[in-house]
Design a protein around this ligand. Structure first.
Ligand SMILES: [Zn+2]
Ligand SMILES: [Zn+2]
Length: 487
């Protein structure tokens, strides 16, 4: 498992076309999404939001050559291949989810976290409070601030020699899901294990906004179980108070919940701490924190009507295997799609964008990898960068293929170039026809109304045969999915 999450250097990757339409999840959505949508739309207030429908529709188009593609070419051996556009969606598409996770973790490791110990703080709250958190992003933000503030006070206390104004550096991830596709809001924060404070300002002049700040780091010591338990007790009190203040729970409930035994449903874990030099370990932790709500490799077909989602981390109160109908599975995934514009992760303390110490702290992330280009002199002979509209269109299309660049030729390992983007429908058809690929996108099964659906189910149970429309959902050997990262 650990070997699978090791960073694969982009230079070492050969392009391998993924075929999402062959996966069990794609076929499930393809066959049942329209029915799910029709059924959900009939449920009044609970009908799905536009962003959920859009996420599914874009997923159905993701990685499908018939929707257009880029053409990559190897100058060395003249090998060519086509790269379909990606949806870059959040929540539904396993391929784009995985890529985003890998990108996020790599970016935070290489450019954000200084080479200092980083501790993971995980907070979960009682079910009764989770119910409110599930639907209220402002409330999630409020609880997260209470958590980060509590950890900051604790780290100041345990970092000898620091000022009372010293700040922590944290990246926070709000998870809306548990390990069995269940809604379960909880918080993962990766926090540098100590505090920062400004040492001196270089080149400071009155009112200079861009003064360079130097930072001192005070490492935390003695963060034992008792210290963590104390933070947990404080968080419990502050969070319950915040819920009572907002009128979500009564004062009586608050007092009662304060009296509950065994932490009263609150749990704060801070047992994972990564050494400053263990960058691979840090990246693995960040991947874990940035992981999507579900992983394709845990989904299996049980029979024509049921799928199994294998819970990778079963607990006493959650089953090892989840047996679901296709509609139930779509329902569960839909519930986990993040609301539009919700932040995937947040920067806090010295890592916050507006922190005067941010530049100095993130400079400790790594040796510089990108050498900034010197500002072109006025008499430079280099042509100015192209500003034509086509230049931006090219960049936009490049972003849509969502591939790690440079592309490496699978035949001769040379670096390949993108030589064209084909979006015109008739050209797309001509090329796909020529190379023997399907010119039609996969057919999306039409909605089947509730009575029809039930009749169909009853009919199937009686006759024990499968109607033809469902043939696409039959088990077939799983295609080797281009999911380069697993966890
Ligand atoms: Zn996608
Ligand atoms: Zn080649």
């Amino acid at each position: 498992m650990d070997a699978a999450v090791k960073r694969i250097a982009p230079q070492a990757q050969c392009y391998q076309r993924r075929r999402p339409e062959k996966t069990l999840w794609y076929r499930t959505v393809q066959t049942h999404f329209e029915t799910w949508l029709a059924l959900s739309a009939g449920q009044g207030d609970e009908s799905p939001h536009a962003h959920i429908e859009q996420a599914f529709r874009r997923y159905l188009d993701c990685g499908i050559l018939a929707n257009g593609f880029a053409r990559a070419h190897c100058d060395e051996c003249v090998h060519d291949f086509l790269i379909a556009f990606s949806c870059k969606g959040r929540g539904v598409c396993p391929s784009c989810n995985t890529r985003r996770m890998a990108e996020t973790a790599a970016h935070l490791t290489d450019h954000v976290f200084p080479r200092l110990p980083v501790r993971q703080w995980v907070l979960s709250v009682p079910k009764r409070l989770r119910y409110f958190l599930q639907r209220d992003t402002a409330l999630q933000g409020a609880v997260l601030r209470i958590l980060l503030r509590g950890v900051e006070l604790c780290l100041r206390e345990h970092s000898p020699g620091c000022d009372p104004t010293a700040r922590i550096g944290a990246i926070a991830f709000i998870h809306r899901f548990g390990s069995s596709l269940n809604a379960h809001v909880h918080f993962h924060c990766c926090i540098v294990d100590g505090v920062f404070q400004p040492a001196a300002k270089i080149g400071e002049t009155a009112g200079a906004a861009d003064a360079v700040v130097e930072v001192n780091f005070h490492a935390a010591t003695g963060l034992d179980a008792a210290a963590i338990a104390q933070v947990q007790a404080q968080l419990r009190q502050r969070i319950l108070r915040a819920f009572a203040r907002r009128g979500l729970i009564g004062k009586g409930d608050r007092d009662e919940m304060m009296g509950w035994e065994h932490g009263g449903g609150f749990s704060l874990d801070a047992s994972v701490c990564i050494e400053g030099r263990d960058r691979a370990g840090l990246e693995r932790l960040l991947r874990y924190c940035a992981r999507p709500p579900f992983a394709l490799e845990h989904l299996h077909q049980m029979d024509a009507d049921h799928l199994i989602y294998h819970n990778p981390k079963p607990r006493s109160d959650s089953p090892r295997d989840l047996v679901l109908t296709p509609l139930e599975l779509i329902d569960k995934i839909a519930a986990l799609i993040p609301p539009p514009r919700a932040h995937r992760h947040r920067y806090y303390g010295v890592l916050a964008p507006n922190s005067p110490m941010r530049a100095a702290v993130t400079a400790l992330a790594s040796l510089p990898v990108i050498v900034p280009q010197p500002v072109a002199a006025a008499n430079s002979e280099d042509p100015p960068p192209r500003r034509a509209a086509s230049h931006y269109l090219w960049a936009m299309l490049l972003a849509r293929i969502y591939e790690t660049l440079p592309l490496i030729c699978p035949m001769c390992q040379a670096q390949m170039r993108i030589i064209a983007f084909i979006t015109d429908a008739s050209t797309v058809r001509k090329i796909l026809d020529h190379i023997g690929e399907s010119v039609q996108p996969p057919r999306i099964a039409p909605a089947r109304g509730p009575p029809l659906w039930e009749l169909e189910q009853a009919h199937r149970h009686q006759a024990g045969n499968d109607p033809q429309w469902d043939s696409a959902a039959q088990p077939e050997p799983e295609f080797e999915f281009d999911q380069r990262v697993a966890w």
